[in-house]
Design a protein around this ligand. Structure first.
Ligand code: HEM
Length: 419
């Protein structure tokens, strides 16, 4: 009897262990039906450099979207994986993809990630700050760049523009627009940000800035012969000049010899946040460098594209000219533009907006995934970098709407009238 009970108990014990083991095994081993979706298609290229060289090469030729568009075609997917600038990336290429990323800011992706080359070149400025520090710097910069500040600078911008037209455009048979506009936007930025007006200093800084720009998006190898190395040296030269300006300005402000709203440097020197914290000398220098970069190259590209489209579209040009001529006629001789005049430029503004849409000066935005998420059946792993591709999205959009080939996009200038 005892033998029977113990053998029954034994049997029960063995079968319980068997069932528990089965359950645990089922829980721990991956279920093929519940496996996470795959990564987007694509290639991570070579070790360390990934596909960076290809990205940079196509970025420098006349078709900067080539890198992304080729992969969209090849993989038949609006997103693809790659490895560039020392990071694993997912490129998002399409209007729906952009909308998804923009509406999930701080939920699935954050915008405070920048490539190492940018972080190292810009040092102690807004893009390297986080949390409260970033908010404080942003508030100070916005204070210096808000509508009131813009209103104050309109006359100065007009006067600089007139001077540029009379020295660089008048009487010339031919003008190379991109190079000339670079000079113009650089002079404008240097004057408004740091009151640099001396032609010798401007041309010295402009040459350094050109070297600097070429290394901003690069592999951050600080070795002689690389673009990044040359950019770092150029940034230091510009920094030294800006530091000198900031120190001299501080003395002039203390002696009340200059206005605190004279330019961005003055603004930054006098502005405090709610807790009384001010930007340090080096923060002022680094943020001025950031704004020179963010403000001048984008504007140069925008103005050049506006001129290109106006040259191609005489009927649009005629309407812009008419609007501008009407405003010019309403002014006294020598009277500079005012805020009210800018508000009358409705048609010109629509043209600029449409050009920015068709040829965005900034081709993409950097993000970082802050959680694993799924999009279009693919997994985007936490920590991977994400690129929002503004210009590719336009191409994809145009193709969806008009079924046009990527290289033959006609401007939608008809839409300008109805914006
Ligand atoms: C046509 C002219 C311009 C275009 C198309 C443009 C476009 C952009 C874009 C696309 C971004 C990144 C947004 C993102 O990743 O979500 C950006 C950021 C920025 N832009 Fe501009 N921009 C222009 C002019 C300017 C000017 C004139 C300034 C300053 C004077 C400026 C200062 C900045 C700054 C400081 C940031 C970084 C903001 C941050 O990290 O919070 N931009 N701009």
């Amino acid at each position: 009897m005892i033998l029977m009970i113990s053998s029954t108990l034994m049997l029960l014990l063995v079968s319980t262990i068997f069932i528990i083991t089965k359950i645990l095994k089922a829980r721990l081993s991956p279920n093929p039906h519940h496996a996470p979706p795959p990564l987007p298609p694509g290639s991570l290229g070579w070790p360390v450099i990934g596909e960076t060289m290809e990205l940079l090469r196509t970025g420098r030729d006349t078709n900067p979207e080539k890198f992304a568009m080729e992969r969209v075609e090849k993989y038949g997917s609006q997103l693809f994986k790659t490895s560039v600038l020392g990071e694993k990336f997912i490129f998002f290429c399409g209007p729906a993809e952009n909308k998804f990323l923009f509406s999930n800011e701080n939920k699935m992706v954050i915008s405070s990630w920048w490539p190492n080359s940018i972080k190292k070149l810009f040092k102690s400025c807004l893009i390297n700050a986080v949390g409260d520090e970033a908010r404080m710097i942003k508030r100070i910069l916005m204070n210096c760049l808000n509508q009131e500040a813009l209103k104050r600078y309109i006359g100065r911008m007009d006067s600089l523009t007139q001077h540029h037209i009379s020295t660089q455009w008048h009487g010339k048979e031919e003008v190379k627009v991109y190079a000339t506009v670079q000079l113009y936007t650089f002079e404008l930025a240097c004057s408004l940000f740091a009151s640099i007006d001396d032609p010798a200093q401007l041309s010295r800084l402009s040459a350094e800035f050109d070297v600097f720009l070429k290394g901003v998006i690069a592999l951050p190898f600080n070795m002689p012969g690389t673009r990044f190395y040359r950019a770092t040296r150029a940034a230091n030269v510009i920094r030294d000049e800006l530091l000198l300006i900031a120190r001299q300005r501080k003395v002039a402000l203390d002696k009340e010899m200059v206005s605190s709203t004279q330019d961005l440097v003055s603004h930054m020197l006098v502005t405090k946040d709610a807790s009384g914290r001010q930007l340090s000398e080096m923060e002022i220098v680094d943020n001025t460098l950031l704004l020179l970069f963010a403000g001048h190259d984008t504007t140069r590209s925008a103005i050049t594209s506006v001129m290109k489209y106006l040259g191609e579209l005489p009927e649009v040009y005629a309407k812009v000219l008419e609007e501008q001529t009407d405003i010019a006629k309403s002014k006294e001789p020598g009277e500079l533009l005012k805020w009210e005049d800018i508000q009358k430029m409705r048609y010109s503004w629509n043209v600029v907006s449409e050009v920015l849409r068709l040829s965005p000066p900034v081709r993409g935005g950097f993000r970082e995934a802050i959680a694993d998420f799924t999009y279009a059946g693919y997994t985007i792993p936490k920590g991977w970098k994400v690129l929002i591709t503004f210009s590719c999205s336009l191409r994809v959009h145009m193709r969806i709407v008009f079924d046009q080939s990527t290289s033959n996009i006609k401007p939608l200038y008809v839409a300008i009238d109805i914006i």
